[in-house]
Design a protein around this ligand. Structure first.
Ligand code: NAD
Length: 487
């Protein structure tokens, strides 16, 4: 392992501009998934901590909303500047805490600051409209902030989610309470320190802790009217239920997927092959919501494509995520490791054909830590668990197809609908297929890319609402209609 490994220490929460411990005095360890060593600690926040954070956010909100959009944008740019200035620090913490590779995570701080600057620039779009409803009177709408926004985040891209997703609520004049994942929460501590230096007290608050305690308290809080959640379908459904116990709330959900990619016989073979590897997102050990996890190969190219794909995937360098040339690290946690292994066992038991991977890599270096080889199963059929459930790990299910109607029906047969990809040189066929995929985000001759300002979000149980776009900004506002009766 490289020298830059080593403990990170305690990362306090941020409440009302102060870096604090939990009122409970409890702390939670964060584990390095490559070594199983304790890296650092965060406070184990309670419902009382969440309440304090909401009160601080409430207190700060009128003053924050009274600033001009240009002034709020100025603050956001200063947060982005601070992120960029500490990029090296953040990168080290993020790689150690997540197990995602340094090569992949280098982009994440840049992505977060780019999103912050995007929303800082979109502030002028917080506009209403005039409606010619009656003769002689004036009817217009205003976009106003909700007040305090709650945001609950997943483990896979911690700093990107923590930093970039505060921009839209804040530019719209809301203040915020964020709850990072209990797995990999350390980089949110750096964001807390930066926000304490750069933002007025109470505008951004960060409460760490478990989902069951701090997360549920935030979801339920009666004075948090707008809640945004990113995580699994199962937790997203629980969050909807818990939120409804506290108040009538606007809830958006960015959830899991089981994303299909279909390769037609006329596809650009080399590009499609590279895209199938890239789509597995192995730099984050497959732990990306948008990963391609169901690959439908037309029978004319199936055997050759599968052999070439397995060759490429099996040659990837698995190892220390801090090393520049590593292409895949460990999965994020013991729980995640056990979940991935149980899916692999189920696939074997149900008769899927293991083409490569399927176990902990050999060698002393991998004896400790949450390591799984990049894994491909072929001859997967629609009723198998591997065909139906999100693994959230480095595991790909390959199907053979000949009939397009049947393939689209299988692709659409799940309760997920996040992303999908179609590979063919026939643009008419590509668009026809793209239109029929029940997914919120479709690539034609692409995979894995996310594009500035393009909405991202799921159909079906993959979520509700769109992010990374103007829709996200407007979703943090309520619309007020004003009717001026002129007599
Ligand atoms: P998770 O659902 O286990 O946890 C997400 C967050 O919810 C964590 O902060 C957790 O502490 C909190 N939580 C857990 N129980 C809670 C409760 N009862 N009340 C309130 N909060 C609670 O998800 P995860 O394992 O961190 O992330 C992986 C999942 O996230 C995958 O399904 C992945 O597809 C999805 N994801 C989706 C997107 C997207 O944009 N659609 C992006 C990233 C990840």
């Amino acid at each position: 392992m490289t020298e830059s490994r080593g403990p990170i220490g305690d990362m306090p929460m941020l409440i009302g501009g102060d870096l604090v411990a939990s009122e409970s005095g409890r702390w939670m360890d964060s584990i390095d998934p490559a070594t199983e060593e304790v890296l650092g600690r965060v406070p184990q926040g309670t419902a009382q901590d969440v309440d304090r954070a909401v009160a601080a956010a409430e207190k700060a909100q009128p003053g924050w909303a009274a600033l001009s959009i240009a002034e709020r944008a100025g603050y956001l740019h200063r947060v982005a500047d601070a992120l960029e200035a500490r990029a090296a620090d953040i990168l080290r913490i993020e790689v150690l805490d997540t197990g995602n590779t340094i090569a992949k995570m280098r982009a994440d701080v840049g992505k977060a600051s780019a999103q912050i600057r995007l929303f800082a620039g979109l502030g002028g779009e917080l506009k209403g409209s005039t409606i010619p409803a009656t003769a002689g009177n004036l009817h217009f709408t205003l976009r106003e902030p909700y007040g305090v926004v709650g945001r609950i985040m997943p483990f896979n891209h911690p700093i990107n989610f923590a930093a970039s997703r505060m921009a839209a609520p804040l530019i719209a004049g809301n203040t915020m309470v964020g709850k990072p994942s209990d797995q990999s929460p350390l980089s949110a501590g750096i964001l807390a320190r930066m926000a304490a230096e750069v933002l007025p007290p109470g505008v951004l608050n960060i409460v760490t802790g478990t989902g069951a305690e701090a997360g549920a308290a935030l979801a339920r809080h009666p004075r948090v009217k707008r809640l945004a959640f990113t995580g699994s379908v199962q937790t997203g459904m629980a969050v909807q239920r818990i939120a409804a116990e506290g108040a009538v709330k606007a809830v958006t959900l960015e959830l899991g997927g089981k994303n299909p990619m279909s390769v037609f016989p006329d596809a650009d073979y080399d590009r499609a092959l590279a895209a199938a590897v890239a789509g597995m997102n192995l730099g984050v050990t497959g732990q990306s919501c948008s990963s391609i996890t169901r690959l439908f190969l037309h029978e004319d190219l199936h055997d050759r494509f599968l052999a070439d794909l397995a060759g490429r995937v099996s040659r990837l360098r698995v190892g220390d995520p801090m090393a520049d040339d590593t292409q895949m690290g460990p999965v994020n946690s013991r729980a995640q490791y056990e979940k991935v292994m149980s899916h692999i066992e189920a696939a074997r038991a149900e008769g899927a054909r293991l083409v490569t991977g399927g176990k902990r890599p050999p060698g002393a270096q991998f004896a400790r830590g949450f390591w799984v080889e990049p894994t491909i199963f072929a001859d997967v059929t629609p009723e198998m668990q591997l065909a139906r459930e999100e693994v959230f790990g480095p595991v790909l299910a390959v199907f053979r197809w000949s009939d397009l109607e049947e393939t689209v029906a299988i692709a659409n047969s799940l309760h997920y609908g996040l992303t999908g990809a179609v590979w063919t040189r026939d643009l008419g066929r590509a668009l026809h297929t793209a239109r029929r995929l029940q997914s919120g985000h479709v690539w034609v001759n692409g995979t894995a890319g996310r594009y500035r300002g393009v909405p991202f979000g799921g159909y079906r149980n993959s979520g509700h609402g769109r992010e990374e776009s103007l829709d996200e900004l407007l979703s943090y506002t309520e619309e007020k209609a004003v009717n001026v009766i002129l007599g």
